[in-house]
Design a protein around this ligand. Structure first.
Ligand code: SF4
Ligand code: SF4
Length: 183
């Protein structure tokens, strides 16, 4: 009989202890939000999305080399001597056109090594208002600052230079006129 009442008492005490935890949370402030109408504010230094300011990018490729998952596609072309592309943050003249500066953020592991490697600080983290996207393609970003016409013009010029170099090399390799090739 004594054991019966002891078990009954332990049951009542443990139920009350459990209810104390429940009631302790009942009047707490709300910790869930009604996303997407409401959002939780993020810390200013949260790594959310990479942005490159192509105007300040010196085409050193340090970011690409530092990336452990190789998600950069960077294509450039040397400016002509009479072209003025501006001055980089380190005071040196900018010498390269940035034809492509693509980052596939869907593969990024957010290590930040690329940002640390960028001496001009053109590559940096940004905190967009809404970081979520509906389609994976929206995570593929291109930070080239050139118009499509300018890209086409520079690409055509590079192609022509390549052809000229090939023609020059072929002319050098060809035997002088009048000589008969030895079989
Ligand atoms: S944060 Fe890391 S994984 Fe992402 S692009 Fe930079 S180096 Fe690559
Ligand atoms: S490290 Fe910075 S300056 Fe160099 S290519 Fe990358 S973004 Fe441009």
């Amino acid at each position: 009989m004594g054991r019966y009442f002891r078990d009954l008492w332990i049951g009542i005490v443990t139920v009350l202890q459990g209810m104390r935890v429940t009631f302790g949370h009942l009047f707490n402030r709300r910790i869930t939000v009604q996303y997407p109408r409401e959002t939780v504010p993020m810390y200013p230094r949260t790594r959310v999305t990479l942005v490159n300011n192509a105007k300040d990018c010196g085409f050193c490729l340090s970011c690409k080399r530092a990336c452990p998952v190789n998600i950069f596609t960077i294509v450039g072309a040397r400016a002509e001597p009479d072209e003025d592309l501006g001055i980089l943050p380190d005071g040196k003249p900018k010498k390269m056109h940035i034809l492509e500066f693509k980052i596939d953020m869907s593969k990024c592991v957010y290590c930040g090594l690329c940002v640390d490697a960028c001496d001009t600080q053109s590559l940096h983290w940004e905190l967009p208002q809404e970081p979520s996207v509906f389609r994976r393609q929206e995570l593929h970003k291109d930070f080239s600052d050139m118009s499509e016409e300018d890209k086409a013009r520079v690409r055509a010029r590079e192609e022509q230079k390549k052809k000229d170099r090939a023609a020059q090399a072929a002319a050098k390799a060809a035997p002088p006129k009048g000589d008969t090739p030895v079989e």
